[in-house]
Design a protein around this ligand. Structure first.
Ligand code: 8YV
Length: 329
């Protein structure tokens, strides 16, 4: 019996070695050994030759790129949970399936969100900068005071897997849990998390001490925290974002942080990554991270395993477990 030809998989960035090795065994895999972000031309070439494209958040898989794809491209198996960099509607029109890697990065991203909340409230990176600068003159009773988390209110915007994992952690730190979500949680989960649902985001924002953004980027969440909503926050509030930069009007946030109209922010994501509003870079009351939410070795391997399972099921004629339906977005 003739062996079926292995599909050509093009992977746009360097993945963990064990994932790349398994991809080489299972498929005809074209890897990106030096990990350079692909240029537009390289991406066009990739979609014109690959049966399966494995992109990441750093690739813009927009309408023009998908329309430039050859008829052989049947699957975009994204390495990552968020799919806002992929035009799902056009992919569907062209009969190209899209999959992602949900679930495996939940706990690590929730850890990072909690770390950002702690770092922002307790001025962690500001203190670190002071020590490293050599300008630290010693302990003082009123020096570098932060704010206590215990007893404060955390408002989570987007109560999916990551939002709920954050709520579990935050409860342990004595924060009371509030949330805004498209849908109210099942009463059992709400009771377990001791969480208060706010149908009105505006109402919730005005009453919280800490705000965390954990919703996906969709057209509906673009600049969800716009100037009007940011102005609803208490001046003592802090905001953290481990979702997507586009959820906040970054320029307005920077201006308000500078004027101390918002006390602090912990940002792992930005509107125009990797560039960051220059105002933010100068402020002491912000903690800035380079999109590290799911950056653990374990997450990356499990994300890679999910990508492989999605591709393998698809090429074997089964429904890939993590198919993304644009109708949900
Ligand atoms: C990933 C993320 O690192 O999965 C996501 O949506 O934002 C990140 O944690 C990145 O997307 C990988 O493509």
């Amino acid at each position: 019996m003739a062996e079926r030809k292995k599909p050509l998989i093009i992977v746009t960035r360097k993945l963990p070695d064990m994932i790349e090795t398994r991809m080489m065994e299972l498929f005809t895999a074209r890897l990106n050994l030096d990990d350079h972000p692909l240029s537009r031309d390289e991406l066009v070439q990739a979609v014109q030759t690959a049966d399966v494209l494995v992109p990441t958040v750093t690739d813009r898989i927009d309408e023009a790129l998908i329309r430039a794809a050859g008829p052989q491209l049947k699957l975009i198996a994204n390495f990552g949970n968020g799919v806002d960099h992929i035009d799902l509607k056009v992919a569907r029109e062209r009969g190209i399936a899209v999959t992602n890697t949900p679930g495996v990065l939940t706990e690590d991203t929730a850890d990072m969100t909690m770390a950002l909340i702690l770092a922002t409230a307790r001025r962690l990176t500001e203190g670190e900068r002071l020590v490293r600068s050599g300008r630290w003159t010693g302990w003082g009773p009123t020096t570098m005071l932060g704010s206590r988390l215990g007893g404060k209110r955390l408002g989570i915007i987007g109560m999916g897997r990551i939002g709920q994992a954050l709520a579990r952690r935050a409860k342990g730190f004595g924060l009371s849990i509030h949330y805004h979500n498209r849908k109210q949680l099942h009463p059992e989960i709400e009771a377990e998390l001791d969480a208060t649902y706010w149908e009105s985001l505006d109402q919730m924002l005005a009453r919280m001490d800490v705000i965390s953004i954990n919703c996906p980027r969709t057209p509906a969440t673009y600049h969800l925290l716009n100037a009007r909503r940011l102005q609803l926050l208490k001046p003592s509030a802090i905001i953290v974002n481990t979702s997507r930069g586009e959820a906040i009007d970054e320029a307005t946030l920077a201006r308000m942080l500078q004027r101390k109209e918002i006390a602090g922010a912990g940002l792992d994501v930005f509107e125009q990554e990797p560039s960051v509003d220059p105002k933010l870079l100068k402020l002491e009351n912000v903690v800035l991270l380079p999109h590290l939410g799911s950056a653990t070795y374990e997450s990356r391997v499990e994300m890679g395993e999910k990508v492989i399972i999605n591709i393998k099921s698809f090429v074997d004629g089964h429904a890939p477990p993590d198919r993304v339906l644009d109708l949900l977005f």
